[in-house]
Design a protein around this ligand. Structure first.
Ligand SMILES: [Zn+2]
Ligand SMILES: [Zn+2]
Length: 557
């Protein structure tokens, strides 16, 4: 039933204007009385340089928490961290049912078991291609090829129109696992009539089509067969198709697969349980590594992004407890370096090369393909689905605008480029941004969640840049110093250019300021602290060119 003022709306709470942290919401009903559906609850990885000490970035879900009573459920499209990575930490604030296909549910469960204290989330498992309803939304999963098993587009049927939320997809006629993107289903959907397509923009800047996972399998087989010594293959652990291809390459070359790294072990176990490694030989544990001859080994390693704690970085530093590589061994990066990780990957590559180990990457060989559609694939999808409205998502500003340009060139009647937090009305038409909902970021900082606008991280950045001075002053009732001030410098150089110590510089600044203050003002702890703080920072800055943070504690004794 539709009431006259009912609307169908969409907003991204994350994942638009950025790659990562995907969280989309769809609302049905009139303003103030809508029911909501959330699709994916992903995370982004924080860059150490910009956000020191922060591990992960999550979407701020305060809007969903406010609307919790009206939130019918969360549907997951696939198990990549940019789609499910924030769920374990954020779900307790929402406590609504979660829907996923079997592999996604199994990986989420394995992740939960690896994190003590993680919530028990009631996941409703939906078969591939399954239809189900969540609140007022009639849903259907449509299988699409991607770079993890069971990637799904989501069809959302409402009384005001049908939406295709593509999720992450590509057209790969010969994926290594799973069926190709379900063209027949998508064409049928186009015949049914699609109001809006909310779609992946990641590779909208790239012409043509992405090569097939099977092409990568062929390259890998050749490189593994021709390797003179040991072979190590590193890839995104979630890419089970790639693991399968590496295993087949190993078998053909008479090599055993040794799994190195926790994330890889976990995914292999989940893939075995869910049947995605059926027909693949058993892998060996790490204890087999030392006993196998060099020509019989293929090590499957975590660490394709140069992560310092992952297996490959430790191997490159010759620090791994049980895995070593030597001159003449071959390392294949069956991966792409995610922007921002270049330095870390470079460090690993250089470490390997210094040891005489051969490094092969997608720079010279087809050892990786993206899981996202290039322009010709997007065009083909639009030919099948024929949407009335297109909203580009899953991309930075450039990707979104290129995606929008493709849609306009294909005569899609309405194209809406939005930002996180824009509320887009999809029906009744015309499509438009009609409002804003709160959308921001929160940081996973150690075990805690910290709001992005809290001073925590800016303080930490300032500390990392200019250190800190702590000063304690004990003042008598008469306004004299009870003892010498205590001064501690942290993260500040010891000596000035003329050989004085910055300790002394700070000490002199404290004493001069103190003595220059009239007795009456010395009795006001706040005024005293403020005066000392300003003087110490300026005095240090005169020598150093930087102003440290400064904390002054005044004790009345
Ligand atoms: Zn994905
Ligand atoms: Zn994604």
């Amino acid at each position: 039933m539709i009431a006259p003022r009912d609307e169908l709306v969409f907003a991204a709470l994350g994942g638009v204007g950025e790659i990562g942290m995907n969280l989309a919401i769809y609302g049905l009903g009139q303003e103030g009385r809508r029911t909501w559906l959330a699709v994916d609850v992903g995370m982004s990885i924080a860059s150490e340089e910009h956000l020191p000490g922060v591990d992960l970035i999550y979407p701020d879900i305060r809007y969903l928490v406010e609307e919790r009573r009206n939130l019918a459920g969360i549907v997951l499209t696939h198990a990549h961290e940019d789609h499910i990575g924030a769920l374990l930490d954020l779900w307790p604030q929402l406590q609504v049912p979660v829907y996923a296909t079997p592999f996604t549910a199994a990986l989420l469960q394995a992740k939960r078991e690896g994190e003590p204290g993680a919530p028990e989330i009631p996941v409703k498992i939906i078969p591939l291609g399954g239809r189900f309803s969540v609140g007022a939304f009639e849903l259907e999963y449509v299988s699409v090829a991607h770079s993890i098993p069971e990637s799904n587009a989501l069809v959302i049927r409402t009384p005001l129109g049908v939406i295709l939320h593509t999720g992450d997809w590509k057209i790969d006629p010969t994926p290594v696992i799973g069926a190709p993107t379900d063209e027949r289903r998508l064409r049928a959907l186009g015949d049914e009539g699609v109001l809006a397509l909310i779609g992946d923009s990641t590779n909208a800047v790239r012409d043509g089509r992405s090569p097939s996972e099977s092409d990568v399998a062929k390259t890998l087989a050749g490189l593994v067969a021709s390797a003179p010594g040991r072979v190590a293959v590193t890839t995104f652990a979630s890419n089970v198709g790639r693991i399968r291809s590496a295993a087949l390459a190993a078998r053909a070359a008479g090599r055993e697969v040794v799994v190195v790294g926790r994330a890889m072990e976990r995914i292999v176990q989940v893939a075995r349980e869910t049947g995605y490694l059926d027909g693949i030989q058993d892998f060996r544990g790490i204890d087999a590594y030392q006993s196998l001859p060099r020509q019989r080994i293929l090590a499957l390693c975590t660490g394709s992004q140069g992560e310092g704690r992952a297996a490959l970085a430790r191997i490159a530093e010759a620090q791994h407890p049980s895995v070593t590589l030597d001159r003449g061994d071959r390392v294949i990066f069956s991966s792409r370096t995610i922007p921002g990780n270049e330095k870390e990957v470079g460090r690993v590559v250089n470490g390997l090369i210094r040891q005489g180990i051969e490094v092969i990457s997608d720079r010279t060989h087809l050892v990786h393909v993206s899981g996202h559609p290039r322009r010709a694939e997007i065009e083909e999808m639009y030919g099948w689905v024929r949407p009335r409205i297109v909203v580009p998502v899953h991309g930075e500003a450039l990707h979104l605008s290129e995606h929008a340009a493709i849609a306009r060139a294909l005569q899609v009647p309405e194209v809406v480029v939005c930002e996180n937090g824009d509320l887009v009305r999809l029906a009744p038409g015309p499509a438009a941004i009609i409002d804003e909902v709160p959308a921001a970021r929160i940081y996973k900082d150690g075990r805690l969640l910290v709001e992005a606008d809290a001073p925590t991280v800016p303080h930490r950045r300032r500390l990392s840049f200019a250190g800190m001075v702590s000063i304690a002053l004990a003042i008598t009732r008469k306004g004299d110093l009870a003892t010498d001030p205590e001064i501690e410098l942290t993260g500040i150089p010891q000596e000035t250019a003329d050989g004085a110590t910055l300790d002394d510089v700070a000490y002199d600044a404290v004493m001069e300021t103190f003595e220059s203050l009239p007795r009456a003002r010395r009795g006001d702890p706040d005024a005293l602290a403020e005066a000392v703080r300003g003087a110490v920072r300026s005095a240090i800055a005169q020598h150093w060119g930087k102003k440290p943070m400064c904390h002054v504690h005044v004790l009345a004794v």
